[in-house]
Design a protein around this ligand. Structure first.
Ligand code: ZN
Length: 181
């Protein structure tokens, strides 16, 4: 068919393995001359492909201090944050089940601030200052950790992590069983 090649979707970049050192290295400020729109497109296509609610550039092997996330999960509003910074953590803490695309099937009860104040540059380079609460605040803090080379597995005790890993492995076995049965 003619004209098929006029709009070519960009290929989805795969998630790097959990052992990749890029996940443990604090990211420096975004490169000068970074094509923000292109990075936004890459993050968006990967987040949609893996059906996440947030994704950091380093998770798909890109060494830039940037991530994408739902700023309103219900309304499906998305923001891409370049050089993000958390300027204030609210004192109220809450514990919530958290997952990460890099560790499929692993769920950890992570304690985080209920709300934050943060700043970031958007895709057009505009400086945005905003206060976030609830789920959005949690996603921002999770992705911000990725910027600092911190993974959510470091936010719980080793004991809790091992228990959660065993639970995840069991679930995997069970689902394989049900599929083949
Ligand atoms: Zn993550």
């Amino acid at each position: 068919m003619d004209g098929n090649h006029s709009i070519r979707p960009i290929p989805v970049l795969g998630l790097v393995p959990v052992t990749d050192p890029i996940l443990k290295k604090p990211l420096e400020s975004c490169s000068i001359g970074l094509d923000r729109k292109e990075l936004h497109d890459r993050l968006l296509s990967a987040m949609e492909h893996y059906q996440g609610i947030g994704l950091s550039a380093n998770q798909i092997g890109i060494q830039e201090r940037a991530f994408i996330m739902y700023s309103d999960v219900k309304k499906k509003e998305i923001i891409t944050c370049f050089d993000p910074l958390i300027t204030e953590y609210h004192l109220d803490k809450i514990i919530m089940d958290e997952g990460c695309l890099t560790w499929p099937g692993l769920w950890l009860k992570v304690e985080r601030s209920e709300g934050i104040r943060c700043v970031y540059n958007d895709v057009d380079g505009e400086l945005i200052q905003v206060e976030m609460h609830g789920l959005e605040s949690r996603i921002f803090q999770h992705e911000y950790d990725h910027m600092e080379g911190t993974n959510f597995t470091q936010r719980v005790s080793r004991l809790k992590l091992n228990m959660a890993k065993r639970r995840a492995a069991k679930m995997k076995k069970k689902s394989m069983f049900s599929m083949s049965a």
